[in-house]
Design a protein around this ligand. Structure first.
Ligand SMILES: [Zn+2]
Ligand SMILES: [Zn+2]
Length: 294
């Protein structure tokens, strides 16, 4: 057990914000069990970030003027009853399946050489490329693991639970079989661990920022809304909700999480492209018809 009982020196960062964050980080670990602090921080932040990220979509559900941004207009599954059902399932899953996995995080991270309680934090110029790399790694891992989960018996016994929702909403992002949570969670954590193993240069703070962004990505992808400000509308190669919503609606194509390129390269977006073209054609015809009647 790693218990710090010495006074850790105060931050020497020149930026007041960074100095404040580093001092706060130090105070969290000082004279406490490092593994326990890490576990508490990871679990609580996961709950706040996951459910907190769902709140804007829950609010959007209450505004009729925003319903034009719902990707699927005919199929409505984000009823209060369904939201409550999914909330309870996900909360149980967090406590009974994700919490035990988080317990194992600290010893594994220490084994792979991750800096936990030490300050200073890495610079942004170091953090950003690492996080981009984790996004790329996770996306590739997820693409193949998710494609594998659509194979007959795996789909029937594992992935079918996540596909209970053909018109997903934010909370459904982690509505999945525990085995799926474990398999796909590996993609999130294996990138940082492998990076750590080969370079010995990764801080828990960077890993936590990465996990936060990964949760943001997952909730947005399942939100069921395609707002003008949604990520893929200003980052065209980003998968986002419009891409993943089709996967839930059609039960095929678009297996990636963050980026569109693997589905494009491996040809698993053909039905999705054809669907989009058909929809665009229909929309054009409808507009032309309404102009004629005016
Ligand atoms: Zn799927
Ligand atoms: Zn999904």
């Amino acid at each position: 057990m790693c218990v710090s009982n010495t006074t850790i020196p105060l931050s020497t960062a020149t930026s007041p914000l960074v100095a404040h964050l580093e001092n706060y980080w130090t105070s969290l670990f000082e004279n406490r069990n490092e593994a326990l602090v890490t576990l508490t921080m990871l679990f609580i932040s996961h709950e706040i970030i996951y459910f907190g990220r769902c709140i804007p979509y829950l609010i959007a559900d209450q505004f009729p003027s925003l319903q034009k941004y719902k990707i699927q207009q005919k199929q409505i599954q984000n009823t209060a009853q369904n939201q409550w059902k999914v909330f309870r399932y996900v909360l149980m899953s967090h406590f009974f399946f994700e919490l035990p996995m988080i317990v194992g995080f600290h010893p594994v991270a220490v084994y792979f050489g991750m800096a936990i309680s030490a300050v200073p934090f890495p610079s942004l110029s170091k953090m950003i490329p690492q996080i981009i790399l984790f996004f790329v790694f996770e996306d590739f891992f997820h693409y193949w693991a998710h494609r594998g989960l659509h194979y007959g018996p795996f789909y029937k016994h594992i992935h079918k639970i996540h596909h209970e929702w053909s018109a997903p909403f934010g909370l459904t992002a982690e509505y999945a079989h525990p085995v799926e949570v474990m398999i796909l969670g590996t993609g999130t954590i294996a990138g940082p661990l492998l990076w750590c193993y080969f370079t010995g240069d990764l801080h828990l703070a960077t890993t936590m920022i990465w996990m936060t962004l990964r949760l943001f990505q997952a909730v947005e992808a399942h939100s069921g809304y395609d707002f003008p400000w949604s990520t893929h509308n200003w980052l065209p190669f980003w998968s986002g909700s419009e891409h993943h919503d089709y996967h839930h609606m059609a039960f095929t194509n678009n297996f990636s999480t963050s980026f569109r390129w693997w589905d494009h390269i491996f040809g698993t977006n053909k039905k999705y492209i054809a669907y989009k073209e058909r929809r665009a054609r229909e929309l054009k015809e409808m507009k032309a018809a309404s102009k004629k009647t005016q």
